[in-house]
Design a protein around this ligand. Structure first.
Ligand code: 13P
Ligand code: SF4
Length: 301
Protein backbone atom coordinates (compact mmCIF):
# COMPACT_ATOMS: atom_id res chain seq x y z
CA UNK A 1 0.00 0.00 0.00
CA UNK A 2 1.44 3.40 -0.96
CA UNK A 3 1.83 6.18 1.63
CA UNK A 4 -0.87 8.15 -0.16
CA UNK A 5 -3.40 5.32 0.09
CA UNK A 6 -2.44 4.67 3.75
CA UNK A 7 -3.08 8.33 4.56
CA UNK A 8 -6.45 8.23 2.80
CA UNK A 9 -7.47 5.08 4.69
CA UNK A 10 -6.40 6.51 8.04
CA UNK A 11 -8.06 9.89 7.58
CA UNK A 12 -11.21 8.26 6.27
CA UNK A 13 -11.49 6.31 9.54
CA UNK A 14 -10.74 9.35 11.70
CA UNK A 15 -13.36 11.40 9.92
CA UNK A 16 -15.89 8.56 9.70
CA UNK A 17 -16.16 9.30 5.97
CA UNK A 18 -17.28 7.08 3.13
CA UNK A 19 -15.84 7.22 -0.40
CA UNK A 20 -18.21 6.65 -3.31
CA UNK A 21 -16.94 6.11 -6.86
CA UNK A 22 -18.81 6.14 -10.13
CA UNK A 23 -18.00 3.24 -12.48
CA UNK A 24 -16.10 5.60 -14.85
CA UNK A 25 -13.55 6.75 -12.27
CA UNK A 26 -9.81 6.01 -12.63
CA UNK A 27 -8.81 2.47 -11.46
CA UNK A 28 -7.00 3.76 -8.35
CA UNK A 29 -10.12 5.68 -7.28
CA UNK A 30 -12.36 2.65 -7.81
CA UNK A 31 -9.89 0.63 -5.71
CA UNK A 32 -9.96 2.93 -2.65
CA UNK A 33 -13.73 3.47 -2.79
CA UNK A 34 -16.05 1.90 -0.22
CA UNK A 35 -18.77 1.63 -2.87
CA UNK A 36 -18.77 1.74 -6.68
CA UNK A 37 -21.88 2.08 -8.79
CA UNK A 38 -23.98 3.82 -11.41
CA UNK A 39 -25.90 7.07 -10.83
CA UNK A 40 -28.92 5.38 -9.25
CA UNK A 41 -26.90 3.01 -7.06
CA UNK A 42 -24.68 5.82 -5.74
CA UNK A 43 -27.68 8.00 -4.84
CA UNK A 44 -29.25 5.12 -2.96
CA UNK A 45 -26.01 4.33 -1.12
CA UNK A 46 -25.45 8.00 -0.21
CA UNK A 47 -28.91 8.12 1.36
CA UNK A 48 -28.39 4.86 3.25
CA UNK A 49 -24.83 4.90 4.60
CA UNK A 50 -24.24 5.70 8.21
CA UNK A 51 -21.60 8.41 7.71
CA UNK A 52 -21.71 12.16 8.11
CA UNK A 53 -19.12 12.82 5.40
CA UNK A 54 -19.32 11.47 1.85
CA UNK A 55 -16.39 11.92 -0.52
CA UNK A 56 -18.14 11.77 -3.88
CA UNK A 57 -15.90 10.71 -6.78
CA UNK A 58 -18.00 11.39 -9.83
CA UNK A 59 -19.42 14.47 -11.53
CA UNK A 60 -21.29 17.45 -10.10
CA UNK A 61 -24.90 16.39 -10.78
CA UNK A 62 -24.27 13.11 -8.94
CA UNK A 63 -22.97 14.91 -5.83
CA UNK A 64 -25.94 17.27 -6.04
CA UNK A 65 -28.32 14.30 -6.15
CA UNK A 66 -26.68 12.96 -3.00
CA UNK A 67 -27.07 16.39 -1.35
CA UNK A 68 -30.76 16.46 -2.33
CA UNK A 69 -31.33 13.04 -0.78
CA UNK A 70 -29.28 13.59 2.37
CA UNK A 71 -29.12 17.28 3.30
CA UNK A 72 -27.63 16.53 6.71
CA UNK A 73 -24.56 14.81 5.30
CA UNK A 74 -21.52 16.70 4.04
CA UNK A 75 -21.09 15.87 0.36
CA UNK A 76 -17.53 16.69 -0.66
CA UNK A 77 -16.14 16.50 -4.21
CA UNK A 78 -12.39 15.99 -4.58
CA UNK A 79 -12.65 18.20 -7.70
CA UNK A 80 -15.72 20.39 -7.76
CA UNK A 81 -15.02 21.38 -11.38
CA UNK A 82 -15.86 17.87 -12.59
CA UNK A 83 -19.09 18.64 -14.41
CA UNK A 84 -21.22 16.82 -16.96
CA UNK A 85 -21.35 18.63 -20.33
CA UNK A 86 -24.67 16.93 -21.13
CA UNK A 87 -26.23 18.21 -17.89
CA UNK A 88 -24.98 21.70 -18.80
CA UNK A 89 -26.85 21.60 -22.14
CA UNK A 90 -30.11 22.65 -20.48
CA UNK A 91 -30.81 25.37 -17.91
CA UNK A 92 -33.85 25.76 -15.67
CA UNK A 93 -34.88 28.78 -17.79
CA UNK A 94 -34.66 26.66 -20.99
CA UNK A 95 -36.93 24.09 -19.39
CA UNK A 96 -39.41 26.68 -18.13
CA UNK A 97 -39.72 28.04 -21.68
CA UNK A 98 -40.23 24.52 -23.09
CA UNK A 99 -42.92 23.88 -20.46
CA UNK A 100 -44.67 27.12 -21.46
CA UNK A 101 -44.85 25.83 -25.05
CA UNK A 102 -46.33 22.50 -23.82
CA UNK A 103 -48.40 23.44 -20.76
CA UNK A 104 -50.13 20.06 -20.54
CA UNK A 105 -47.01 17.95 -20.82
CA UNK A 106 -45.61 15.86 -18.00
CA UNK A 107 -41.88 16.53 -17.58
CA UNK A 108 -39.38 13.68 -17.27
CA UNK A 109 -35.73 14.52 -16.68
CA UNK A 110 -32.63 12.40 -16.75
CA UNK A 111 -30.64 12.43 -13.51
CA UNK A 112 -27.85 14.04 -15.59
CA UNK A 113 -29.29 17.53 -14.91
CA UNK A 114 -28.55 20.32 -12.44
CA UNK A 115 -30.56 20.58 -9.21
CA UNK A 116 -32.26 23.72 -10.62
CA UNK A 117 -33.48 21.72 -13.64
CA UNK A 118 -34.59 18.85 -11.37
CA UNK A 119 -36.69 21.35 -9.43
CA UNK A 120 -38.68 21.92 -12.68
CA UNK A 121 -39.37 18.20 -13.29
CA UNK A 122 -42.40 16.08 -12.53
CA UNK A 123 -40.30 12.94 -12.36
CA UNK A 124 -36.63 12.05 -12.60
CA UNK A 125 -35.10 8.95 -14.21
CA UNK A 126 -31.73 7.28 -14.69
CA UNK A 127 -30.53 5.09 -17.53
CA UNK A 128 -31.49 2.07 -15.38
CA UNK A 129 -35.15 3.01 -15.02
CA UNK A 130 -35.97 5.49 -17.84
CA UNK A 131 -38.16 2.96 -19.68
CA UNK A 132 -40.05 2.00 -16.49
CA UNK A 133 -40.56 5.67 -15.57
CA UNK A 134 -42.01 6.59 -18.97
CA UNK A 135 -44.12 3.41 -19.01
CA UNK A 136 -45.61 4.48 -15.68
CA UNK A 137 -47.05 7.64 -17.27
CA UNK A 138 -50.28 6.11 -18.45
CA UNK A 139 -52.92 8.45 -19.89
CA UNK A 140 -50.30 11.18 -20.47
CA UNK A 141 -50.50 12.39 -24.04
CA UNK A 142 -47.59 14.80 -24.00
CA UNK A 143 -44.27 13.89 -22.38
CA UNK A 144 -41.24 16.17 -22.31
CA UNK A 145 -37.93 14.33 -21.92
CA UNK A 146 -34.71 16.23 -21.15
CA UNK A 147 -31.80 16.61 -21.84
CA UNK A 148 -30.56 13.54 -23.76
CA UNK A 149 -32.07 13.15 -27.22
CA UNK A 150 -30.50 9.72 -27.70
CA UNK A 151 -31.81 8.34 -24.41
CA UNK A 152 -35.18 9.86 -25.38
CA UNK A 153 -35.05 8.05 -28.73
CA UNK A 154 -34.20 4.75 -27.02
CA UNK A 155 -37.01 5.16 -24.46
CA UNK A 156 -39.46 6.17 -27.15
CA UNK A 157 -38.69 3.01 -29.16
CA UNK A 158 -38.99 0.80 -26.06
CA UNK A 159 -42.25 2.32 -24.80
CA UNK A 160 -43.93 3.24 -28.09
CA UNK A 161 -44.53 6.77 -26.72
CA UNK A 162 -43.77 9.98 -28.58
CA UNK A 163 -41.46 12.17 -26.51
CA UNK A 164 -40.75 15.89 -26.82
CA UNK A 165 -36.97 15.66 -26.54
CA UNK A 166 -34.37 18.31 -25.76
CA UNK A 167 -31.42 18.47 -28.15
CA UNK A 168 -28.77 17.35 -25.65
CA UNK A 169 -26.30 14.49 -25.87
CA UNK A 170 -23.22 13.07 -24.18
CA UNK A 171 -20.02 14.22 -25.96
CA UNK A 172 -18.26 11.05 -24.79
CA UNK A 173 -20.82 8.49 -25.95
CA UNK A 174 -21.30 10.10 -29.38
CA UNK A 175 -17.66 9.29 -30.09
CA UNK A 176 -18.68 5.62 -30.41
CA UNK A 177 -19.62 5.13 -34.06
CA UNK A 178 -21.40 2.22 -35.78
CA UNK A 179 -18.22 1.37 -37.68
CA UNK A 180 -16.42 0.91 -34.32
CA UNK A 181 -18.96 -1.73 -33.33
CA UNK A 182 -18.82 -3.45 -36.74
CA UNK A 183 -15.00 -3.51 -36.72
CA UNK A 184 -14.78 -4.84 -33.15
CA UNK A 185 -17.38 -7.55 -33.86
CA UNK A 186 -15.31 -8.63 -36.89
CA UNK A 187 -12.27 -9.14 -34.63
CA UNK A 188 -14.29 -10.73 -31.76
CA UNK A 189 -17.25 -12.44 -33.45
CA UNK A 190 -18.33 -14.36 -30.32
CA UNK A 191 -18.42 -11.34 -28.03
CA UNK A 192 -21.71 -10.04 -26.60
CA UNK A 193 -22.16 -6.35 -27.48
CA UNK A 194 -23.28 -4.12 -24.59
CA UNK A 195 -23.78 -0.38 -25.10
CA UNK A 196 -25.09 2.49 -22.98
CA UNK A 197 -28.47 4.01 -23.93
CA UNK A 198 -26.70 7.39 -24.28
CA UNK A 199 -25.14 6.02 -27.49
CA UNK A 200 -26.36 7.01 -30.95
CA UNK A 201 -29.40 5.03 -32.20
CA UNK A 202 -27.36 3.49 -35.06
CA UNK A 203 -24.93 2.16 -32.45
CA UNK A 204 -27.69 0.85 -30.17
CA UNK A 205 -29.29 -0.99 -33.08
CA UNK A 206 -26.07 -3.01 -33.54
CA UNK A 207 -25.88 -4.06 -29.88
CA UNK A 208 -27.24 -7.10 -28.06
CA UNK A 209 -28.24 -4.98 -25.04
CA UNK A 210 -28.43 -1.29 -24.10
CA UNK A 211 -27.82 -1.00 -20.34
CA UNK A 212 -26.78 1.42 -17.61
CA UNK A 213 -23.30 0.85 -16.22
CA UNK A 214 -24.71 -0.87 -13.12
CA UNK A 215 -26.85 -3.16 -15.24
CA UNK A 216 -23.86 -3.97 -17.46
CA UNK A 217 -21.90 -5.06 -14.38
CA UNK A 218 -24.80 -7.33 -13.36
CA UNK A 219 -25.35 -8.68 -16.87
CA UNK A 220 -21.67 -9.62 -17.31
CA UNK A 221 -21.53 -11.36 -13.92
CA UNK A 222 -24.60 -13.48 -14.69
CA UNK A 223 -23.76 -14.19 -18.35
CA UNK A 224 -22.30 -17.50 -19.53
CA UNK A 225 -20.45 -15.66 -22.33
CA UNK A 226 -16.74 -15.03 -21.88
CA UNK A 227 -16.16 -12.07 -24.24
CA UNK A 228 -17.87 -8.68 -24.29
CA UNK A 229 -17.63 -5.57 -26.43
CA UNK A 230 -18.30 -2.57 -24.20
CA UNK A 231 -19.83 0.54 -25.77
CA UNK A 232 -19.58 3.08 -22.98
CA UNK A 233 -16.98 5.21 -21.20
CA UNK A 234 -13.79 3.14 -21.08
CA UNK A 235 -13.41 3.36 -17.28
CA UNK A 236 -16.10 0.72 -16.78
CA UNK A 237 -13.80 -1.93 -18.30
CA UNK A 238 -11.52 -1.77 -15.23
CA UNK A 239 -14.41 -2.68 -12.94
CA UNK A 240 -15.71 -5.42 -15.25
CA UNK A 241 -12.24 -7.00 -15.59
CA UNK A 242 -11.61 -6.87 -11.85
CA UNK A 243 -14.97 -8.40 -10.97
CA UNK A 244 -14.81 -11.08 -13.68
CA UNK A 245 -11.22 -12.34 -13.96
CA UNK A 246 -12.08 -15.17 -16.37
CA UNK A 247 -13.83 -12.91 -18.90
CA UNK A 248 -12.45 -10.59 -21.58
CA UNK A 249 -13.60 -7.08 -22.42
CA UNK A 250 -12.99 -4.98 -25.52
CA UNK A 251 -13.71 -1.25 -25.74
CA UNK A 252 -15.95 -0.38 -28.69
CA UNK A 253 -13.91 2.83 -28.95
CA UNK A 254 -10.94 4.03 -26.90
CA UNK A 255 -12.11 7.57 -27.72
CA UNK A 256 -15.06 7.19 -25.36
CA UNK A 257 -13.32 8.82 -22.42
CA UNK A 258 -15.04 11.35 -20.15
CA UNK A 259 -12.40 13.94 -19.15
CA UNK A 260 -14.54 15.16 -16.26
CA UNK A 261 -14.68 11.70 -14.70
CA UNK A 262 -10.88 11.58 -14.81
CA UNK A 263 -10.38 14.84 -12.90
CA UNK A 264 -10.54 12.99 -9.57
CA UNK A 265 -7.12 11.78 -8.43
CA UNK A 266 -5.81 10.15 -5.24
CA UNK A 267 -4.09 13.41 -4.23
CA UNK A 268 -7.37 15.31 -4.56
CA UNK A 269 -9.17 12.63 -2.51
CA UNK A 270 -6.60 13.05 0.27
CA UNK A 271 -6.87 16.86 0.18
CA UNK A 272 -10.64 16.64 0.31
CA UNK A 273 -10.41 14.48 3.45
CA UNK A 274 -7.88 16.84 5.02
CA UNK A 275 -9.64 20.10 4.23
CA UNK A 276 -13.31 19.08 3.89
CA UNK A 277 -13.73 21.90 1.37
CA UNK A 278 -15.52 21.82 -2.00
CA UNK A 279 -18.81 20.88 -0.40
CA UNK A 280 -21.82 20.46 -2.68
CA UNK A 281 -24.93 21.75 -0.97
CA UNK A 282 -28.19 22.34 -2.78
CA UNK A 283 -30.17 25.30 -1.34
CA UNK A 284 -33.25 24.15 0.55
CA UNK A 285 -35.85 25.77 -1.70
CA UNK A 286 -34.46 24.02 -4.82
CA UNK A 287 -33.74 20.84 -2.88
CA UNK A 288 -37.32 20.33 -1.74
CA UNK A 289 -38.71 20.66 -5.29
CA UNK A 290 -35.98 18.49 -6.84
CA UNK A 291 -36.46 15.83 -4.17
CA UNK A 292 -40.11 15.39 -5.14
CA UNK A 293 -39.04 14.38 -8.68
CA UNK A 294 -36.42 11.98 -7.33
CA UNK A 295 -38.83 10.49 -4.76
CA UNK A 296 -41.37 9.82 -7.51
CA UNK A 297 -38.72 7.93 -9.46
CA UNK A 298 -37.73 5.92 -6.38
CA UNK A 299 -41.39 4.96 -5.83
CA UNK A 300 -41.51 3.42 -9.32
CA UNK A 301 -38.22 1.52 -9.12
P1 13P B 1 -24.96 5.34 -15.39
O1 13P B 1 -26.06 5.78 -14.50
O2 13P B 1 -25.36 4.25 -16.33
O3 13P B 1 -23.73 4.98 -14.60
O4 13P B 1 -24.60 6.54 -16.35
C1 13P B 1 -24.12 7.75 -15.90
C2 13P B 1 -23.50 8.53 -16.97
O5 13P B 1 -23.13 9.65 -16.78
C3 13P B 1 -23.38 7.89 -18.26
O6 13P B 1 -22.62 8.66 -19.09
FE1 SF4 C 1 -21.81 13.34 -18.61
FE2 SF4 C 1 -21.23 11.80 -20.70
FE3 SF4 C 1 -19.40 12.17 -18.80
FE4 SF4 C 1 -21.60 10.68 -18.35
S1 SF4 C 1 -19.93 10.23 -19.77
S2 SF4 C 1 -20.73 12.23 -17.00
S3 SF4 C 1 -23.11 11.82 -19.55
S4 SF4 C 1 -20.26 13.73 -20.19
Amino acid sequence: MTTLIKKIEQLKKERNAVILSHNYQLPEIQDIADFRGDSLELSRIAAKVDAKIIIFCGVHFMAETASILCPNKRIIMPDINAGCPMANMITAQDLRELKERHPKAVVVGYVNTSAEVKAELDICCTSTNAVAVVNSLIKKDEIIFVPDKYLADYVSKKTGKVLIAWDGYCPTHVKIMPEDIIRTIRVHPDAVVLVHPECRPDVISLADEALSTGRMAKFVKESKASEFIIGTEVGLIYRLSKDNPGKRFFAASELALCPNMKRTTLEKVLWSLEELKQQVKVPDEIRKKAKKAIDKMMEIT
